[in-house]
Design a protein around this ligand. Structure first.
Ligand code: SAH
Length: 227
């Protein structure tokens, strides 16, 4: 018998990360206005506890942001849900998405679980390497690069959807330029105190409209690469 088989279920993460605990998070998201069943199902399925340090695993299914090192955080599940839901609003069926700010890789995994072709960019090499390992382990086929995401990924664009998971003082023009007609971009905009989750839509003629979805708190979108 292996040591693992002798462990109590709680010790191998079957307590605080059990399906029951995950379902409780889904109910909470539903109570807080997340209605898209596809999004709720992706959050139910993707194991958030595998995107954070083991020491924090017991908190993985709380509706809260958690530290992932380098002063960065994995976003709060409600925020991930809200941003993801916005991409599918008004009957949109995006196929190709760009994420700026891979971080733990969780948001990218949610998008991949929804069947999107995911491209993600991260400026901190070590976070990206860890996220890539998670994608491999969990079988997600996600394209990623170590770069300043403010330039987007022009060679692979345009994108039907763009998700920015770090806050800038204003929308980044290079990113909206890589949005396909009919596409949606969601991004937190504002300083460290008051940020707003903006949703920008480009119609079939390229005309842009904008709405604010919610007040949010994100880490800043920074320039320069870190190993
Ligand atoms: N989507 C992530 C959230 C991570 S927090 C998740 O699901 O875990 C935001 C991330 O954006 C951090 O990892 C930070 O390093 C990264 N980031 C900040 N500025 C960036 C930039 N200019 N280009 C790419 N990534 C950036």
């Amino acid at each position: 018998m292996t040591a693992r088989m002798r462990l109590h279920p709680e010790a191998i993460g079957m307590g605080m990360t059990s399906q029951r605990v995950r379902d409780r998070l889904i109910e909470r998201l539903r109570d807080n206005g997340i209605a898209d069943e596809r999004v709720l199902n992706a959050i139910r399925t993707v194991p958030r506890h595998l995107f954070i340090d083991e020491a924090l695993a017991t908190r993985a299914y709380e509706d809260t942001a958690l530290p992932i090192g380098h002063g960065q955080t994995i976003s709060q599940p409600w925020v991930v849900a809200k941003m993801t839901e916005a991409l599918f609003a008004e009957g949109a069926q995006p196929a190709k998405v760009l994420e700026v700010g891979t971080g733990s890789g969780y948001q990218a995994a949610i998008l991949a679980a929804l069947g999107l072709e995911v491209h993600t960019v991260e400026r901190i090499g070590e976070l990206l390497r860890t996220a890539r390992k998670r994608f491999r382990t969990l079988g997600f086929n996600i394209r990623s690069k170590h770069d300043d995401g403010r330039i987007g990924w022009p060679e692979n664009g345009p994108f039907d959807a763009i998700v920015v998971t770090a806050a800038a003082p204003a929308l980044v023009d290079a990113l909206s330029a890589q949005l396909a007609p009919g596409g949606t971009l969601v991004a937190p905009v504002g300083g460290s105190g008051a940020q707003s989750l903006l949703c920008l839509r480009k119609d079939a003629d390229g005309v842009i409209s904008q709405a604010s979805l919610a007040p949010v708190v994100f880490v800043p979108l920074l320039s320069g690469l870190v190993d």
